[in-house]
Design a protein around this ligand. Structure first.
Ligand code: GLV
Length: 323
């Protein structure tokens, strides 16, 4: 029987499915956040079902003498050295599509919570400061007719755009490639080729792009300075798309009005100046965290592993990352 390492506990249904064709080991929570632990254990396994928190580096892949496939329990796969994997003939797969709606809902939830100050207002009440209805208390930004600028208009960006449109927002976006005209029409979305121009025009700026060399620290001091003072920033992509020190500074000095962040550059660490920043919602990377979605993510990753271990041709392996 082939041997598979799942680096963290995942839904039972997925484990049962994997156990129907392989001998499965499940890592204890957090164990494989370290490269050393992966390097130590990987030589035993034919397949790796990794989390985005696992550094599947060059060294790890080279240590995987029997490794044939790495399936990431995520749509983003910046934690995997794909180039090395391909050189070593190790297949890599991710899990797009199944988490799109969960992430679209979540981004909309963050926007509502941030624009209407849920966090501060709730804290005020818990602190015993709610002594009567206040006509000027916690005035927020109404969404209708405001402009949302989306950087990264893939599946999740589009899911968010759809929801934002239902709230009466104008949609502008920046993406590697302009979308097909039918899609732009359907979303009533306008392509802006320069992301700085997009930042200037956005009442809400949302990051929905993958982390790549091009998007690393895309939101930096210069970009933050271009944003309107009342602007809100939402990030459910990857932490390193933002220069966190620059963002913390912009929030503390009220250069922008608030941020909702689900992801951080050095997870699980959070930049200390973000922890103390005003109007900032900080959450532990949970955009895709619904029962349905996490099971679907697991099943997709498991099916990719099975297809590789069965020797299926590339076009029959779900969501293979191509060379
Ligand atoms: C979550 O961040 C994912 O990439 O699926």
């Amino acid at each position: 029987m082939p041997k598979i390492l799942i680096t963290e506990p995942i839904p039972d249904e997925v484990i049962a499915y994997l156990e129907s064709f392989a001998s499965v080991t499940i890592g204890k929570k957090g164990t494989y956040q370290s490269e050393e632990a992966l390097v130590r254990d990987i030589p035993d396994y034919d397949g790796l079902l990794s989390m985005l928190s696992n550094p599947v580096s060059d060294t790890v892949l080279k240590a995987g003498k029997n490794l044939k496939v790495v399936a990431n329990f995520a749509v983003g796969y910046d934690n995997i050295d794909v180039e090395t994997a391909h050189k070593l003939e190790i297949k890599v797969a991710n899990t797009p599509d199944v988490l799109t709606e969960a992430c679209g809902d979540y981004a909309m939830g963050l926007l509502l919570a941030l624009s209407r100050k849920f966090k501060e207002a709730e804290q005020y009440l818990r602190d015993g400061k709610f002594t009567g209805w206040e006509p000027l208390g916690f005035l927020g930004m109404e969404l209708r007719d405001r402009t949302i600028g989306i950087i990264g208009m893939g599946r999740i960006g589009q899911a968010f755009a759809n929801r934002a449109r239902a709230f009466g927002m104008n949609i502008i976006y920046h993406n590697r490639a302009k979308l097909a005209e039918e899609i732009e029409k359907e979303l009533e979305a306008e392509f802006i080729s320069d992301h700085k121009e997009l930042a200037k025009r956005s009442d809400v700026l949302s990051l929905n792009c993958p982390l790549t060399n091009e998007t690393h620290h895309l939101v930096n001091q210069e970009l933050l300075e271009l944003m309107p003072e009342h602007a809100l920033l939402i990030n459910i992509s990857r932490g390193a798309v933002i220069d966190e020190a620059a963002l913390a500074q912009a929030l503390h000095s009220e250069k922008i009005a608030g941020a909702a962040l689900d992801v951080f550059e050095k997870e699980p660490e959070v930049h200390p100046d973000l922890l103390s920043a005003p109007n900032t919602i900080l959450l532990p990377h949970i955009a895709s965290a619904t029962h349905r979605t996490r099971e679907a993510i697991g099943m997709l990753a498991a099916k990719a592993i099975l297809s590789v271990l069965e020797g299926k041709p590339d076009h029959e392996i779900p969501n293979l990352i191509s060379r």
